[in-house]
Design a protein around this ligand. Sequence first.
Ligand code: 76R
Length: 287
Amino acid sequence: MPEDHPIPTTIQDDDSSELPAKEGWHVIHLFYHVEQSQWDALDHSSKIAAETSLTELIHDIRSHPETQLLAFSMLTPKADVGFMLLTQDLHDANVFEKRLTRSLGPDVLTPTYSYLSMTERSEYTTSEEEYGETLEKTRGIKKGTPEYDEEITKFHQHIEKYTQDRLYPNMPDWPIFCFYPMSKRRGVEGQNWYASDFATRKALMKGHAAIGRTWAGKIRQLITGSVGLDDMEWGVTLFAKDTHHIKGIVYEMRFDEVSSQFAEFGDFYIGIQLPLDELFRRALGEA
Ligand code: 76R
């Protein structure tokens, strides 16, 4: 159960349309080292108790409304254990994060890297006008006809579902997990994403999305925004069933103009999503 919040979490303000919409979830990526000497100093029953308490905590967090918690055994000594937490309320996120860090006892899990971001809607979705033009051009469906209106209604339903899936995603249970933060370049002449006009950015993002869609079924991605929240501008979370697909998409995107001209990358973290008993065996050794 989450601890009670001592302060109200809903801040009332005027409904000014100038403010960004309050929507989406908080997302925290957490990566830890297991301090083997601390863990090995525990006797068998303390280890079992610690593993049980972490298992219960994970179940507790997962049963919280609008909350998902994924657990990973991490590759390479960059980290041993990783979590990805998605939850609506910042206080809950904070409480869950601290409880996870303490879960195996003092100094057993030591944070090695973390990232705070939020789910967000895309700035570059197709507008009704653009879709209407495509209907006329590619399918000969004319504005003002019932067929056109029907297609536009379907289009709005599709965009609404797509936006809801970005803001409130359902994370996959696919085994291979990849996380890295990314920013768009600023400051170099001709390569300042933020000085480019909207139409240029939108056209570039269209190319990006077209490449992305060719990976449907092989890659599930979640792009979360972190401007003002963490060191870079987005968190990129990818899931695959095979590391070749992670390597493949990231390589292919390097040639796409958005990445080749504008992308800056942080460190890459690769993990495997596993049932908890197997994750404990790998990360902690036999109890
Ligand atoms: O949101 C969508 O699914 C459709 C359009 C789309 C947007 C707006 C999209 C599609 N992406 C969007 C935004 Mn993406 N994406 C990345 C990376 O390593 C690299 O070079 C890039 C890291 C990958 C691998 C990837 C995959 N994307 C973004 C943004 C925010 C940019 C902004 O707002 O300025 C970033 C930083 C980013 C980066 N992207 C897709 C994919 C894939 C697989 C898709 C297709 C998804 C689908 O339609 O199923």
